[in-house]
Design a protein around this ligand. Structure first.
Ligand code: G4P
Ligand code: NA
Ligand code: NA
Length: 194
């Protein structure tokens, strides 16, 4: 998505070897117009596939997920994170390890908000190591829901997330921006797929 790539070039900052800071429009301050354009793009990419629900993980997935849900006219559910492992009959749970933050969280969705009749679109802000996406897939699988695909705002294609998700059986992963590399502090995008 050209508009997103341009924004990353203009306002993104490369930190160290492998982190892109985009807190001026995505991860801290949020640009609603850009979010809405991204939601519309997700709706276009996943049109006609019978999606009944968008699911994501708090916090940074919520903004793009809400805009996708608005454009698709379906509810949005965000998995909540907690440090502790609480067993519950009322919620689907999965463990998610964050390589970037080196912490582990349990993510959970109340069983009232996800069911076997749902056709879900998974949304997240970054695809890096893929752990968050695998956690969302685990929640959907636990509910017996059908996964239509995954929509990612920024994919770092040089990290193993896409391969991990694909190997886990997730198909139709669509990323609005795919970063092939960071070179001398500059972002190099992968060639756009049509
Ligand atoms: P994963 O998201 O693919 O599982 O990979 P990883 O374990 O590396 O990511 C852990 C957290 O770090 C995630 O946020 C992810 O969005 C974020 N992250 C990964 N790479 C980058 C990056 O290059 N830039 C930025 N800004 N964030 C990155 P989270 O723990 O879910 O937190 P939240 O932001 O949703 O609250
Ligand atoms: Na994040
Ligand atoms: Na995230």
């Amino acid at each position: 998505m050209k508009e997103l790539e341009a924004r990353i070039q203009a306002d993104g900052r490369v930190l160290g070897e492998d982190i892109l800071k985009v807190d001026s429009f995505l991860n801290h301050q949020i640009d609603p117009q850009l979010m809405q354009a991204m939601g519309n793009e997700f709706a276009r990419l996943f049109a006609g596939q019978g999606i009944t629900k968008v699911i994501t993980v708090e916090a940074s997935g919520i903004a793009p997920a809400v805009m996708a849900g608005l454009a698709l006219n379906v509810p949005v559910v965000f998995a909540r994170k907690s440090k502790s492992r609480i067993l519950s009959d009322d919620a689907y749970t999965a463990d998610v390890y964050s390589y970037t933050k080196q912490t582990s969280n349990q993510i959970r969705i109340d069983k009232r908000f996800l069911s076997a009749t749902d056709h879900v679109l998974l949304i997240d802000d970054f695809l890096a190591n893929g752990q968050a996406l695998l956690g969302l897939k685990a929640l959907a699988d636990a509910a017996g829901a059908t996964i239509v695909g995954a929509g990612i705002v920024i994919e770092k294609s040089f990290q193993p997330g896409r391969q991990a998700a694909t190997e886990a059986g997730l198909s139709n992963i669509q990323s609005l921006a795919r970063i092939a590399a960071f070179e001398n502090g500059q972002v190099v995008f992968a060639a756009e797929e049509k």
